[in-house]
Design a protein around this ligand. Sequence first.
Ligand code: ADP
Length: 237
Amino acid sequence: TSTNTPVLKIEGLTRRFGGLVAVNEMGLTVHAGEIVGLLGPNGSGKTTAINLISGVLRPDAGSVMLGDTDIAGWPTFKIARLGVARTFQLVRVLDGMTCGDNVRAGLSFNHREGGGSVEDLLARVGLAGHSDRPASELTYIDRKRLELARALALRPRVLLLDEWLAGLNPSELLIGIALIRSLKDEGLSILMVEHVMDAIRSLCSRCVVMSSGRRIADGPTDAVLNDPAVIEAYLGA
Ligand code: ADP
């Protein structure tokens, strides 16, 4: 269901930390209904880019267009309300609460139409019937599922996944990949930072590769993974 409508379009995005340009005139586009992989060696600026899009960090320059609105530099809560949801590299769930209350915390941010009920959201990520369970009791993969349900409660226009599959064992990985695919099949637009090659190959229609803060490749997944400049960036890292 991929169309040519850009849901998220970044241009000239730049962020410095002292003398280091962590993200350097970065650009990328996510179209409606597609999964775009954001790749690159460690330290290339991927998480910083996600933080700039979601408002955790303010850019020094550049635009982040969500539909027709430039959200660059907006506070996180406003960006979340507009429908940019994310997960974190280190899973963030509220351990003192039940699964249901974790999802309700996400729903309370959703000022847009719909979003579904707590039960529906838990069911979508494979946690049906777990509403009353304390989040602290969950296994690692179930914590990841819960974090995803909370993100989905925002009824996102775009979902940002920061290494959501990291740390899963091989059988959990298959479950995780199937879950992300089911979200794409529902029509969700996703930008995912990922290192797991099987996941990238099977989920991402396009990939953008960063190296030292810059975009060095952008195109169909197969072409990007075979691009000599991309191979060089990984070998040189
Ligand atoms: P990646 O996600 O690709 O591993 P990061 O975005 O985490 O890369 O980091 C990009 C660069 O920015 C790295 O050199 C990192 O050390 C630096 N960096 C990231 N966050 C900060 C920060 N808060 N302060 C200073 N430097 C940072």
